[in-house]
Design a binder for this molecule. Structure first.
Ligand SMILES: [Zn+2]
Ligand SMILES: [Zn+2]
Ligand SMILES: [Zn+2]
Ligand SMILES: [Zn+2]
Ligand SMILES: [Zn+2]
Length: 593
C-alpha cells in the first residue's frame, strides 16, 4: 500500500497531496503521478473548452459565411461543419513521421496549425444558429451544450427533449421554462431552481411535484401554495393575480423577496442522491466519487466535472463518459470512451492519447481531426507492430526530451497539452469562468488573451428605457438594438447590446413576461453566479435539535439526534460565510422529505 505524498505543484508552487487511492488509479491507467495540483490541472484543461465565444467568418473550404468558435484570424484552417464532415479533405494527408530529435509536443503543435477544425462542435442541428456543443436541436438559437431541444433559446445544458425553454440551464424533459435551472420533467416553470415534476409555477426552490405554486421552498406534492401557505383554489387564483408578473419592476421585487424567503429554510449540504461515499455536488446513483460535480451513474471518480451515464475509474476529466472507463486528463471526450488519456473533443474511442478533434479512433497518439482511424501517430498510419514499437519510444522520449513552455515549465509524458497549444485564448474559454484571471495574470500563467474587436453596436434603445410592462411593448421591438444595462460594468464579457429576436418576443408575450434588460451573455453569467462554486468546505450540520431554532428556522419534526445539536459533518459547496442554513442529509430529510 502506497503512502499519501505531498508534492509541490510545478505550476503554482503550492503543496498538494496524492492519496494512496490516487496512486492506485495512476498505476491502473499506466501514467506517472501528476506534477501539477488538482486546480491547476483543471484550469489547464478548461482552457481548451470554448463554449460561447462565437465569431463570424468564412469556411476555408467552401468559402461560405459561417458562425464559428474560432475567429477569422485563427492560425489554422476552419471548415463549416458540412465541409469538415465531408470527404472533401483528407486528415491523413497532414500525417508526419515522428522525429525523435525534437520534443513530441513541438511536433504536435506544428500539426495542430495545419489540420482544419470544424466551425462548431455539433451535428444535425436544424434551422439553428449559434449552437455549440450540441446535436439534434431544432429551431435553436444560442444554445450551448444542449441536445434534442426544440424551439429553445439562450440555454445551457438542456437535454432529453426540452421544448420552448428560454434563458435556462440544466434542464431535462422540460417544456416552457424561463430563467429556470436544474429542472426535470417540468412544465411551465418560471424563475425556479431545483425542481422536479413541477408545473404552472413561479419562483420555486427545491420542490418536487408542485403545481400552481408561487414563491415556494422545499415543498413536496403541494398545490395552490403561495410563499409556502396553502390556499383554496379560488383564493389562490385571486392572490396569485395580485402579482403583476408582466411588469419588470414587480419581477425584480419578487426576486428579492423570494431570495430572502429562501434563506429562512434549511438547505441540504449537497445535491447527492442515491450515492455512497461521495463528495462534491450534483451526484446521483454513484459510488466512491470525490471532489466531483455533475456525476451520474459513476464509480471511482475524482477531480471530475460532468462525467455521466456509466463512468468507471475516471480521474481529471471534464465532460467525459456517456459511457466511459479508465479515462484520465481529458475534456469533451465522450460517447463511448475507454482508456482515453490527455484527449480533447474526441467522440468514441479507445486506447488513444494526446488526440484532439477526432471521431471513432482506436490506438491513436498525438492525432488531430481523424475519423475512423487506428494505429496512427501524428496523423500518419502505421501497422499494429510499428505502432506498438513507436508509442512507448515517444513516451520515453517525452520524459528525456520534454517540451519546455514559455514559462520554463517542462512537459513530459503524463502531462496534459501545454496551455500554449490551446486553440483558444484564456478569456474565450470556461477556464475564465471557473478561474477568473486578469489579462496580465493569464499571460503570466502562460495562457493567451484575446482583445475582442469590440463590435460597434450602435444601440437604438437604451435598456433603461424599455417599457416596464410587456403589454406596452410593440412589434417594432424586434427591430431595435438595445443596450445592456450592465454595459460592460461586469467582470465577464458583456456583449454591450442585444436584440429581442421574434421567437423570443412571442414567448414573452405568450407567457406575459417583461423584456430582459441584460444581454444574453450577462443573463448567462448572472445565472451561473447564482450557483454554488465547484469547491468544498468542511462544515458541521446547523440543525439546533428537535423543536429548536438556530435563530432563523425552527424544526418541526423528530430528528435522529434528538433535542441536542446535530454533530454530523460533511463537505459542502456552501462556504461558511454564506447565509443559507445547511443541514446534513438526515436532518434535512426529517424536516423536508
Ligand atoms: Zn498548482
Ligand atoms: Zn464549408
Ligand atoms: Zn451585458
Ligand atoms: Zn444534522
Ligand atoms: Zn437535526
Amino acid at each position: 500500500m502506497m503512502q499519501a505524498e505531498t508534492r509541490t505543484c510545478r505550476s503554482c508552487t503550492r503543496p498538494f497531496t496524492i492519496d494512496p487511492d490516487d496512486f492506485a488509479f495512476y498505476e491502473k491507467v499506466n501514467v506517472p503521478a501528476p506534477t501539477w495540483c488538482p486546480p491547476c490541472r483543471a484550469k489547464r484543461r478548461a482552457a481548451f473548452r470554448n463554449e460561447r465565444s462565437f465569431y463570424s467568418r468564412t469556411c476555408d473550404l467552401c468559402k461560405k459565411q459561417i458562425i464559428a468558435i474560432y475567429p477569422a484570424d485563427a492560425p489554422f484552417p476552419v471548415y463549416c461543419n458540412e465541409c469538415w464532415y465531408s470527404d472533401g479533405w483528407d486528415p491523413f494527408a497532414f500525417g508526419v513521421a515522428y522525429d525523435p530529435s525534437r520534443p513530441f509536443f513541438e511536433q504536435n503543435k506544428e500539426l495542430r496549425l495545419l489540420v482544419p477544425r470544424a466551425a462548431t462542435i455539433g451535428r444535425n442541428n436544424v434551422d439553428s444558429t449559434f449552437v455549440n456543443i450540441g446535436a439534434e436541436n431544432k429551431r435553436g438559437y444560442y444554445l450551448v451544450e444542449s441536445s434534442t431541444s426544440e424551439d429553445s433559446a439562450y440555454c445551457y445544458w438542456v437535454e432529453d427533449h426540452c421544448k420552448e425553454c428560454l434563458d435556462s440551464a440544466f434542464l431535462k424533459k422540460t417544456e416552457v421554462a424561463y430563467e429556470t435551472q436544474e429542472a426535470r420533467e417540468s412544465f411551465r416553470v418560471f424563475f425556479s431552481n431545483d425542481v422536479s415534476q413541477c408545473h404552472d409555477s413561479w419562483f420555486l426552490k427545491n420542490c418536487t411535484n408542485a403545481a400552481d405554486c408561487f414563491g415556494c421552498v422545499n415543498e413536496r406534492n403541494a398545490k395552490y401554495h403561495i410563499f409556502n401557505t396553502p390556499y383554496p383554489k379560488v383564493e389562490y387564483v385571486r392572490e396569485r393575480g395580485v402579482f403583476d408578473t408582466g411588469s419588470y419592476r414587480v419581477i425584480e421585487e419578487l426576486k428579492e423577496r423570494f431570495q430572502k424567503f429562501v434563506l429562512t429554510f434549511p438547505h441540504k449540504f449537497a445535491d447527492i442522491d442515491r450515492s455512497e461515499n461521495c463528495s462534491g455536488n450534483y451526484i446521483a446513483n454513484s459510488r466512491n466519487c470525490h471532489d466531483s460535480y455533475f456525476v451520474e451513474d459513476g464509480e471511482n471518480v475524482r477531480y471530475c466535472v460532468r462525467v455521466m451515464y456509466h463512468v468507471r475509474d475516471i480521474m481529471d476529466c471534464d465532460t467525459v463518459g456517456f459511457p466511459g472507463e479508465r479515462c484520465y486528463e481529458s475534456i469533451n471526450t465522450a460517447l463511448g470512451v475507454v482508456r482515453m488519456k490527455f484527449c480533447v473533443r474526441c467522440w468514441t474511442g479507445t486506447n488513444s492519447e494526446y488526440c484532439d478533434n477526432c471521431d471513432t479512433i482506436n490506438d491513436c497518439f498525438g492525432c488531430i481531426g481523424l475519423r475512423d482511424a487506428q494505429y496512427c501517430v501524428l496523423n500518419k498510419r502505421y501497422t499494429k507492430e510499428e505502432y506498438e514499437a513507436l508509442v512507448p519510444r515517444i513516451m520515453s522520449d517525452m520524459s528525456t526530451t520534454p517540451y519546455v513552455d514559455s514559462k520554463k515549465r517542462a512537459y513530459g509524458y503524463g502531462e496534459f497539452f501545454p496551455a500554449e497549444l490551446s486553440p483558444f485564448a484564456y478569456n474565450e474559454t470556461i477556464a475564465a469562468e471557473y478561474f477568473p484571471l486578469s489579462e496580465h495574470e493569464a499571460l503570466q500563467d502562460g495562457y493567451s488573451w484575446r482583445v475582442g474587436e469590440r463590435k460597434k453596436h450602435v444601440a437604438t434603445l437604451p435598456g433603461e428605457q424599455l417599457p416596464d410592462h410587456i403589454r406596452d411593448v410593440t412589434d417594432s421591438i424586434t427591430q431595435e438594438i438595445i443596450s445592456c444595462t450592465h454595459n460592460g460594468k461586469c467582470a465577464h464579457s458583456c456583449s454591450g447590446a442585444f436584440r429581442i429576436v421574434p421567437q423570443e418576443f412571442q414567448f414573452y408575450r405568450k407567457i406575459g413576461l417583461p423584456l430582459p434588460r441584460l444581454c444574453p451573455n450577462c443573463r448567462h453569467y448572472e445565472r451561473q453566479a447564482e450557483r454554488n462554486p465547484m469547491k468544498l468546505w468542511h462544515r458541521t450540520c446547523q440543525c439546533a435539535g428537535e423543536g429548536s431554532s438556530n435563530g432563523v428556522y425552527t424544526n418541526t419534526a423528530t430528528h435522529q439526534h434528538g433535542a441536542g445539536k446535530c454533530q454530523n459533518e460533511f463537505e459542502t459547496s456552501y462556504s461558511p460565510e454564506r447565509k443559507e442554513i445547511i443541514y446534513c442529509e438526515s436532518c434535512y430529510n426529517s424536516e423536508v422529505v
